[in-house]
Design a protein around this ligand. Structure first.
Ligand SMILES: Cc1ncc(COP(=O)(O)O)c(C=O)c1O
Length: 410
């Protein structure tokens, strides 16, 4: 494996043991990567290695294993820092995932800084994780939550966003890439405009970090969140990036061990960043596993992965457009990684069930994006989403299985 030379998809596939699974007598075709990606041997082995040779609680013990686990856990934080180009590891907070990271910002920065009548802008294509925490805060504080409308083809229109900015806008919380449409939001420009209006910008990078280079300093975002399990790492671990100046001023999220420097019954003092936001025993092996996942992605090269996936999406768009009675949902220019669709003959749940019988795993439903479904006047879609190990032959398998759907229901 190397960052130069041809993209050797077969050798990458060999790193993922689960890809040799048979499903209903067919080779697995895993096209549900936007929900969660599979794990390479390098990540599985690293997590096992932690439990076999390097596990203890972190930041607490003075013994060998605790020091080793702490060093590995903090080394993984540095791996994340470097991957997103944060200035310092003080700016990288471990969380359970993107959802927890957004809830953390809402409960701390949001509760501390937002007042009645303040406005938050999201889009109609956010995942529920980037809507519901803001609704909870809106109801508590009397805030106004506004949604940027999305074009019928899934395009994010800067003009529509600009039209919602006012002198009451305090927060812009927007996805980098839509998990349903694959639309890539021009977040750098969104962040610039948000700052110009005096607002803070949070970017949900759950569907971006595994497909493209993310440089939080270049973007100049205030917060950036993502989950490890969509980046070929373990579940139960993710990260919140925040600018140090903001994180310093924010109150803790949860209280407990790890996040304090001193406690008396009268009062407590908080630990320095990033530990102020990390109460309790963390997901130690998972964090180290996420570090291994990022090393794995970096060794191939995330831009090369992105180019491979774009080729698959272009091919899938051609192949699926040719399926009788199929309509693609989300065709914005420059889209990445997912192809959503509906068929005139079958409900998305039926589509997913029939293609599963051919070994093809796709997602069907509202994809935790019900406001988008309402906005597009749909109840659900079927969604195929690609990862670094998918192939054109697998897209062919999907298209063939959709012909079977047509044959059964059409
Ligand atoms: C765009 C987006 N944001 C947030 C999330 C939530 O991630 P998690 O469930 O890992 O917290 C997802 C998961 O599908 C997502 O696609």
């Amino acid at each position: 494996m190397g960052a130069n030379g041809a993209y050797d998809v077969e050798s990458y596939r060999a790193d993922f043991p689960i890809l040799s699974t048979q499903v209903h007598g067919h080779p697995l075709v895993y096209l549900d990567n936007a929900a969660s990606a599979q794990k390479p041997r390098q990540v599985i082995d690293r997590v096992s290695e932690v439990y076999e040779t390097g596990y203890a609680n972190v930041h607490r013990g003075l013994h060998y294993l605790s020091e080793k686990a702490t060093a590995d856990y903090e080394a993984a934080r540095e791996t994340i820092r470097s991957y997103i180009n944060a200035r310092s590891t003080a700016e990288v907070i471990y969380t359970r995932g993107a959802s927890e990271a957004i809830n953390l910002v809402a409960a701390t920065w949001g509760r501390q800084n937002l007042r009645e009548g303040d406005e938050i802008i999201v889009t109609y294509m956010e995942h529920h994780s980037n809507i519901v925490p803001w609704q909870l805060l809106r109801d508590e504080k009397g805030l106004v939550l506004k949604g940027v409308p999305i074009g019928p083809d899934g395009t994010f229109e800067l003009a529509a966003f600009k039209a919602l900015l006012t002198d009451r806008t305090r927060l812009v919380a927007i996805t980098h890439v839509s998990n349903v449409l694959g639309t890539v939001v021009p977040v750098k420009e969104v962040i610039r405009l948000a700052h110009e209006a005096g607002a803070v910008a949070l970017i949900d990078g759950c569907q971006a970090v595994q497909h493209m280079t993310v440089d939080v300093q270049d973007l100049d975002c205030d917060f950036y969140v993502f989950s490890g399990h969509k980046l070929y790492g373990p579940s139960g671990i993710g990260a919140l990036y925040g600018k140090e100046a903001l994180l310093e001023k924010m109150p803790p999220y949860q209280g407990g061990g790890e996040m304090i420097s001193s406690v008396t019954l009268e009062k407590s003092e908080w630990a320095d960043l990033p530990h102020k936001f990390e109460a309790g025993t963390p997901a130690i092996a998972q964090a180290i596993g996420l570090g291994a996942a990022i090393d794995y992605v970096k060794a191939i090269g995330v831009e090369r992965i992105g180019a491979h996936e774009r080729d698959l999406i272009t091919y899938a768009t051609q192949r699926l457009s040719a399926v009788d009675g199929l309509r693609l949902v989300g065709t914005a220019a420059g889209k990445v990684s997912v192809v959503s669709f509906v068929m005139d003959c079958a409900h998305p749940h039926d589509i997913a069930t029939i293609v599963d019988r051919q070994g093809v795993a796709v997602r069907a439903g509202h994809h935790c994006a019900q406001p988008l479904m309402d906005h597009l006047d749909l109840s659900s879609t079927a969604r195929a989403s690609v990862g670094l190990y998918n192939t054109r032959a697998e897209i062919d398998a999907l298209a063939d299985s959709l012909d079977k759907v047509r044959a059964i229901f059409g």
